[in-house]
Write a protein of this length. Structure first.
Lengths: 400, 223
């Protein structure tokens, strides 16, 4: 029998037993769709986190006061000392390091913002002009605290606050009060929404000196540093560490976090998670494979007289084996194709439902899903088709 | 055409050996019309299966068309069945999901005959067996007589040397059975060997040569 005839005749059998074929194709399709969708979800989550991290800046290093120790007591505590503050002087020292492109000291607090008859509590960031490029923020209007203007009482409003206090959109140049101090609005942030935990639409930014006097502190919340390049991050980290150790009389009382390290950890965890869900979904493919084997075995016992007849009119063992093998192949192929489309459609729905989540199934997962599905289908049809080929024609014909 | 020398076929029934065929020697010439009669279990179907290469003897020698076919491989047997033998069964054995035309076409497909030639030969066969109007019907939509005509068309499409019919009228009305037999006899007249297994005396009487079987042996052979 020619390959063409084998394929046509087996396709004929697939389409003749409609319910059976549909069910088995569905089982296979759901398995493949599960692999595609679950990996899309897992990889989407991974990319979501990476996007979030890159949205707050690139080549970032953060320095915060205090030493994060996971074991043993903090040395200073046992000796009755608290960690040294992180000061503006520290920030300036870091700024002189060759690996550092720019830096922004940061203070955070809450204050009462008021203008005319409106009044509300807001999160106040105290910083310098470099905060904007480091944190990848954008201004909608006006300018951010101009360089070397740390001593003038300027304020930048979050997009939502600007709209609340100045609905007419004329925020620039207006006077506004933060607690008892008067500030001149010089800029409005572009709306960015939620980013790493706080909403930049509802913050105000003022020069670091004003923030320190407003909150009555000389200690910095943290220092954000942007390294010159990705390859400078490690050496910058070491240099910062050495500089601060020297400035703090040899105490190692700061914690330095690189964005890369955090990102790497998340990347690894979420990648492993994606692999795990892909593995779980692949089990359903194996189940679908066993179903195909089962269905083919049933088909062979139902069609035993037909197999006997084919042998009587001259089909050899290979013809019979190829016919049933091709039939199982059609089933798993149809299941795989439909499953792939179903999975892509499901991922599309996910992306529509959660626009922030880039739920695209990674290519390796699609490839692996399809390969595993086809291989299971092929393996599952080997046994039934060789059993059909081995049937004794006299007994097969005699079976009612 | 068919030469049997001491053909023996033994079936194991539990711990007992049953001789379905016991040292049968038989010669059937090309174009003969032979009926094989005998009670159930006399070995007549086994004889037919061995002639048709569906079953293999345990001992003895079988020559078909001047060629020893006792030791053929399975694939060679399949090829010989396809080219030299046509089977007609009591229960027709049509493939239910295929149309009449497609059922008739099956041996041509197995013989890897090109599609254009297949079409014309199937059309010829449909006409010869008066089935043109039923070509696109499935077996379930055909009468018994039509089904058996499709089966005969299928059995003869590759112009075999011998037609082996096992109770070909067993599932048919008397008059329709007679029509089917006339079809087979017409084929016989054109030179095809016709061997009919039956336990219907009237049917058997139509043949030119009558072989009687009992307990795996030939007990009568009259012309």
């Amino acid at each position: 029998m020619t390959l063409n005839d084998t394929l046509l005749l087996s396709l004929r059998a697939v389409t003749s037993y409609r319910v059976r074929s549909l069910l088995i194709i569905l089982a296979m399709a759901l398995g493949v769709a599960a692999v595609v969708m679950l990996t899309a979800l897992g990889d989407g989550a991974r990319r979501y986190v990476i996007n979030q991290f890159s949205s707050i800046g690139t080549n970032l290093i953060a320095v915060m006061p205090g030493r994060a120790e996971t074991s043993g007591a903090f040395l200073g505590a046992t000796m009755g000392r608290t960690p040294r503050d992180l000061t503006l002087k520290d920030a300036q020292l870091i700024g002189r390091l060759p690996q550092v492109k720019r830096y922004a000291p940061l203070n955070v607090g809450v204050a009462e913002l008021s203008a005319e008859k409106r009044l509300r509590d807001v999160t106040v960031l105290g910083s310098t002009a470099d905060l904007i490029p480091i944190r990848h923020m954008n201004l909608a209007q006006g300018s951010f605290l101009a360089h070397d203007s740390e001593h003038s009482a300027q304020i930048v409003l979050g997009a939502k606050l600007a709209l609340e206090f100045f609905p007419a959109g004329n925020a620039i140049g207006q006077r506004i009060r933060l607690d008892e101090n008067r500030f001149l609005v010089t800029g409005v942030l572009a709306s960015q929404g939620e980013s790493m935990g706080y909403n930049t639409d509802e913050i105000v930014i003022i020069p670091i000196d004003y923030a320190q006097s407003l909150f009555n502190t000389t200690s910095l919340f943290r220092i954000l540093i942007e390294a010159r390049s990705h390859s400078d991050i490690e050496s910058a980290k070491t240099a910062i560490h050495d500089t601060l150790k020297q400035s703090h009389d040899g105490e190692e009382d700061v914690t330095i976090i690189t964005q890369d390290a955090v990102l790497d950890t998340f990347d690894r965890i979420l990648h492993a998670l994606t692999l795990a869900v892909a593995g779980i979904a692949a089990i359903s493919l194996a189940v679908a494979g066993i179903l195909i084997m089962n269905v083919m075995l049933v088909a062979i016992s139902q069609r035993t007289p037909e197999i006997g007849l084919l042998k009587a009119i001259g089909a050899n063992a290979a013809d019979i084996r190829h016919l049933f093998f091709a039939e199982a192949l059609w089933l798993s192929l149809a299941g795989t194709v439909i499953g792939f489309l179903l999975g892509q459609f499901g991922s599309l729905l996910l992306r529509l439902a959660y626009p922030q989540l880039p739920a695209w199934a990674p290519a390796w997962a699609i490839l692996a899903g399809i390969t595993v599905a086809l291989i299971t289908g092929i393996l599952a049809s080997l046994l039934p088709s060789s059993r059909a080929a081995r049937l004794d024609p006299v007994k097969a014909l005699g079976k009612k | 055409m068919i030469h049997f020398a001491d053909i023996t076929r033994i079936f194991q029934m539990g711990d007992q050996s049953v001789y379905a065929l016991n040292k049968i020697s038989l010669d059937i010439a090309a174009g003969e019309y032979v009926s094989i009669m005998g009670p159930s279990g006399s070995g007549k179907s086994t004889l037919l299966n061995i002639i048709g290469l569906l079953d293999q003897p345990d001992s003895g020698c079988y020559e078909l068309d001047g060629k020893n076919v006792t030791d053929l491989t399975e694939d060679e047997q399949a090829q010989t069945r396809r080219d030299k033998i046509g089977f007609v069964f009591q229960s027709f054995h049509l493939v239910p999901r295929l149309t009449a035309a497609e059922n008739i076409e099956m041996p041509l497909i197995l013989g890897e005959i090109p599609p254009e030639e297949r079409k014309s030969r199937v059309a010829e066969a449909l006409q010869a067996f008066d089935l043109q109007s039923r070509a696109q019907h499935r077996p379930a939509e055909l009468s018994g007589g039509q089904r058996q005509r499709v089966a005969i068309a299928r059995a003869t499409i590759l112009r075999p040397k011998a037609i082996l019919a096992d109770e070909p009228t067993g599932n048919l009305d008397h008059s329709i059975g007679a029509e089917v037999m006339m079809l087979l006899e017409t084929l016989c007249k054109t030179g095809t060997t016709l061997i009919v297994v039956t336990h219907d005396r009237e049917l058997s009487a139509r043949a030119k040569r009558h072989i009687g079987m009992r307990d795996g042996k030939i007990v009568a052979d009259t012309s």
